[in-house]
Design a protein around this ligand. Structure first.
Ligand code: NAD
Length: 147
């Protein structure tokens, strides 16, 4: 049963899609579309400096009348990163996402990026856990009341 972020990353994989802060937003979106993900981590000389998501595109490109071909990811990213550690629990991740209204959680260990989880990953993990608990309860009940 999935319990921590680390368990989830073991199943999902720890690959993180990144783009340099000097790349244009258009280049970032090309990568996101090619890999079918809704977020990309922004780096400067290899170090994490922010995250760029579909929502950042709406807020900082579309609504501000900018163009993705001339705007750098560093100008459109969210730099205040909310992260989790590998030993964080899945319900804690859901609580963080709800409290901060975010849909992606980069995972760091001692300041180093070691994975990323989306709201879809968390919901799926919680669903699997709930189904396993329900099955366990069902087997307990049918075991106690045979026939
Ligand atoms: N069945 C599954 O296992 C599963 C898991 C997650 C999402 N989804 C589906 O994908 C769609 C969109 O999902 P979402 O809103 O959660 O966000 P999303 O499109 O950003 O995430 C989709 C997947 O890409 C991964 N991802 C996102 N950004 C990444 C990055 N920068 N580097 C590496 N991986 C990255 C996520 O961890 C997730 O597994 C939904 O329809 C959802 O149901 C399915």
């Amino acid at each position: 049963m999935t319990r921590t972020v680390e368990d989830l990353l073991r199943r999902k994989g720890s690959d993180v899609l990144t783009v340099d802060e000097n790349a244009t937003v258009y280049e970032a979106i090309e990568i996101m579309e090619a890999r079918r993900v809704g977020s990309i981590i922004v780096t400067s000389a290899g170090a994490t400096v922010g995250i760029f998501t579909e929502r950042d595109y709406l807020r900082r490109i579309v609504l501000q009348g900018r163009t993705s071909r001339t705007t750098l990811t560093s100008e459109a990213m969210t730099s205040n990163l909310i992260t989790v550690e590998p030993n964080s629990s899945i319900p804690d991740c859901m609580a963080l996402m709800t409290a901060h209204r975010i849909r992606h959680l980069p995972v760091t260990r001692e300041g180093q990026l070691v994975g990323i989880l989306s709201i879809g990953d968390i919901v799926k993990a919680l669903l699997v856990e709930t189904q396993a608990k329900a099955q366990h309860l069902e087997s307990l009940i049918s075991g106690s009341y045979p026939g």
